[in-house]
Unconditional design. Sequence first.
Length: 120
Amino acid sequence: MLALYRFLDWVMTLPDALARAYVDAIDEFEKEQKMTYLSYAERLAQEKGFEQGIEQGIEQGIRAGRIHSIVRQLQRLFGPLAEDDLATIEALSVAQLDRLNEDLLDFTQPADLTQWLQQQ
C-alpha cells in the first residue's frame, strides 16, 4: 500500500492543501471500511474460500433435504422411527441416502429398514 501511495505521490503532484485532503480522505475511507489492504492473491484466496463455503452449504442443504424426505416417507410407511434408525440415517453419505431413497420403495415392514441400515 505504501508503494502505491508513493507512486501516486510521484505521478500526481498536488498543491499542499489538496495533498493533505487526499491523505485525510484515504485515512477516513480506511477507517470507515475498517479494512486492510488485501493483495490480489489474498483476494483470490478469499473468493475461493467464499465459493467453497457456498458449495459446502449447498451440499449440506441438499443432504438435509434428502434426509428429511426419506424420514417423512419412512414415517408414512411405518409410523415413528426408532431413534437409533434416525441417527443412522442422518450419518449416511449422500450416495447411501440415494440408495435408501430407492430401496425404501421395496420395504414392507420396519425390520426391512433396520436390516438395510445394518448392511451399510
